[in-house]
Design a protein around this ligand. Sequence first.
Ligand SMILES: Nc1ncnc2c1ncn2[C@@H]1O[C@H](COP(=O)(O)OP(=O)(O)OP(=O)(O)O)[C@@H](O)[C@H]1O
Length: 636
Amino acid sequence: AVLAAPQADLASERAALLSLRSSVGGRTLFWNATRDSPCNWAGVQCEHGHVVELHLPGVALSGEIPVGIFGNLTQLRTLSLRFNALRGSLPSDLASCVNLRNLYIQRNLLTGQIPPFLFHLPDLVRLNMGFNNFSGPFPSAFNNLTRLKTLFLENNQLSGPIPDLNKLTLDQFNVSDNLLNGSVPLKLQTFPQDSFLGNSLCGRPLSLCPGDVADPLSVDNNAKGNNNDNKKNKLSGGAIAGIVVGSVVFLLLLVFLLIFLCRNKSAKNTSAVDIATVKHPETESEVLADKGVSDVENGGHANVNPAIASVAAVAAGNGGSKAEGNAKKLVFFGNAARAFDLEDLLRASAEVLGKGTFGTAYKAVLEAGPVVAVKRLKDVTISEKEFKEKIEAVGAMDHESLVPLRAYYFSRDEKLLVYDYMPMGSLSALLHGNKGAGRTPLNWEVRSGIALGAARGIEYLHSRGPNVSHGNIKSSNILLTKSYDARVSDFGLAHLVGPSSTPNRVAGYRAPEVTDPRKVSQMADVYSFGVLLLELLTGKAPTHALLNEEGVDLPRWVQSVVREEWTSEVFDLELLRYQNVEEEMVQLLQLAVDCAAQYPDKRPSMSEVVRSIQELRRSSLKEDQDQIQHDNDILL
Ligand SMILES: Nc1ncnc2c1ncn2[C@@H]1O[C@H](COP(=O)(O)OP(=O)(O)OP(=O)(O)O)[C@@H](O)[C@H]1O
């Protein structure tokens, strides 16, 4: 709620600050202004001595930054004034901010030499002064900033040579489009050409300087000058064409192979409908136990594909259910076309997706093509009438951010729920599953989109009545479509099953006030959602969320890091690669901390949460557009 009010005036921002301070362990971590409430410089000066991070990006600040603003802000660690129209030189009292680690002042109209006081800010890690009008020499005093990792000075009017920056170990460096000349110092020669273009510089990675002796290993290339230096790294047209054709042929072969294998597989599965011959790792013991058949008797049939069985085999795990099942029907919800019937479902090949609190989930591929997820409920103790009433309420839930329940099947021994299959699996798997190469990187756009989708789904559930809650919000219950849209799953099931099936792995998400996991209020859902947001932002799993893996108490961990250290250190490294969204990330972090407040009445409602996420996403999209506009302006 705190950061969700762009129209807030200074007084309410101050109130927001107070609540921020109390919510993050007594320290203000973030103060934001938007275009609608341009920063009142005096307001910053008189009230915000305790500010640790001050972010004022793209808020139409103009004119000179008055001296006297920063003298009070000695705690400041991050200052972002990028994308404004600030003129003149940097105020000298910035020298008081001796804790400053990140200074983002790119894309303003600042002038003058690079001020010497910057070199007395020993903690500076990231410095972005690009796209201004700074002039004068490139000071060698940058060597004083031994912690510096990022130095962006591009598109200014710096002149003269680049000094040796031997004391620095920079990760990012750009001085392109200045008036620099001379040779590129040895230590900086590992950066790409783009970091130096638009100057009169020479030496690696650009062309050789006059009089330099060529590297004997690349005499040929260097003798031909920089153009050839370029070519050295490029492939000829023929080679590229060869690679493309080769790749296409390889892909085609792969596709043919897959089709061939799939055909073989489905042939096997069709024959596997005979329930007595199918074994399945997840269901085997249940099947055998229920049917009263010993391992020895069935031992001879183990050579059926162990990961895939037919739904019939799965369902037939309960004695007598097949005969009874055939008499009963799948009950569909809504107007959805009945694309299949029970027979089709029983014939489909099934693959275990995972075992949850309420039973086992399978992916079922129907012969006619559709793919569905089937949840086989265990421990349903209520009567058929009661089950029908409750499941109809679940089936009536209709929102684009929920995994739709399409149909159910109820018999004495078998209860099946049929859902749309979500091809990208769960958020939990995406965040903590495959960490190796080939994993889809989750950028801010995707993560904040998932946060919004999940929040909308929960908001919808809450809108169905004051006592309607999800009760088991966690990352394995947030499933994803092909385009990474989030869908909330597993809603409304807690009331269908007996007490022994109460969720047991949610400790990390459970609000402190919840004593009975079957009675979870809407505000407790908000807490769980807050933990889920922290998980999205940090990439860390909450305690007990993953079997056999250590997790952390996310809310406590985040608060302690924020208290002790720079906020950005809590973020998933993968997110930090995307530079321009830090403000939005911090806003979402703040929202997460609000949601995970200890006392329920301090937490925002899901509608407020949705609004906040919408707003912060809008502002980052707007910034993207601003940047494009800005780049276009420069090109023109
Ligand atoms: N509709 C679906 N589409 C794709 N995958 C699904 C679907 N429903 C469930 N799954 C997958 O099956 C796994 C098991 O799901 P299930 O809901 O039974 O248990 P869970 O979410 O791990 O735990 P709990 O039952 O406590 O919520 C999930 O991790 C998810 O990846």
